[in-house]
Design a protein around this ligand. Structure first.
Ligand SMILES: Cc1cc2nc3c(=O)[nH]c(=O)nc-3n(C[C@H](O)[C@H](O)[C@H](O)COP(=O)(O)O)c2cc1C
Length: 191
């Protein structure tokens, strides 16, 4: 097999969601995080709008505490659950870095919003694949307040911008097997 193909196949197949509570607390060097952003920056982009933006926390608790407080502020007293608050506040306890990935809408009218979402998702996947190649654990989540207007306001995004998700990066001692439920043959139609 072609060596490049073998290498990239191995990385793609080894990338698995590892939730932050499965991480082991070991820290990633900030320089390596910057190397991952350099990979993100080479995602495909229609019209060169390069819509991906990233907000990074080298201290996950700074983000997680804010996330939990945001949940509290945005939830009425009857719906508020202390367990949810605690989960959000402690989600990153064993992670190394938290990255919020954002699609910043460009100003080329011919480029549709979904194209810029797609480009940003590709940039995110470049980060996840780079992280896998560096033996890191990674998780892409949209739970909690991540997709809520309060998060957009916190990040000072405009209406047309979108949060794509939050990435937790770290290291883990165990790497799970992947699961796919729908056979590939059901997803591909050769004409
Ligand atoms: C856009 C997006 C949002 C996701 N949000 C969540 C989430 O909120 N909670 C969660 O447990 N997993 C989330 N995931 C991770 C998926 O559950 C995970 O990718 C899926 O189980 C497949 O596992 P794999 O990544 O190991 O292939 C998200 C994945 C994507 C692509």
């Amino acid at each position: 097999m072609n060596t490049n193909f073998f290498t990239i196949s191995t990385i793609i197949k080894n990338r698995r969601t590892i939730k932050p509570f499965m991480m082991n607390g070991k820290k990633i060097a900030d320089e390596q995080i910057n190397e991952l952003f350099a990979l993100a920056d080479w995602a495909p982009t229609h019209g060169l709008t390069e819509p991906w933006r990233f907000v990074v926390y080298a201290d996950p608790s700074a983000f997680c505490n804010e996330h939990a407080e945001m949940y509290k502020r945005d939830t009425d007293a009857e719906s508020f659950a202390q367990g949810v608050y605690d989960n959000l506040a402690h989600q990153g306890d064993k992670a190394s870095h938290v990255i919020i990935a954002v699609m910043r809408r460009g100003d080329l009218p011919k480029i549709q919003a979904f194209e810029e979402l797609a480009a940003t998702a590709c940039a995110v996947n470049n980060i996840l694949l780079g992280a896998t190649a560096l033996n890191m654990a990674s998780y892409w989540g949209t739970g909690g307040m991540i997709l809520k207007p309060a998060m957009k306001a916190f990040l000072q995004l405009r209406d047309e911008d979108e949060v794509i998700g939050v990435l937790y990066l770290g290291y883990a001692d165990e790497h799970p097997q992947g699961i796919r439920r729908v056979p590939l043959t059901d997803k591909v139609k050769w004409m």
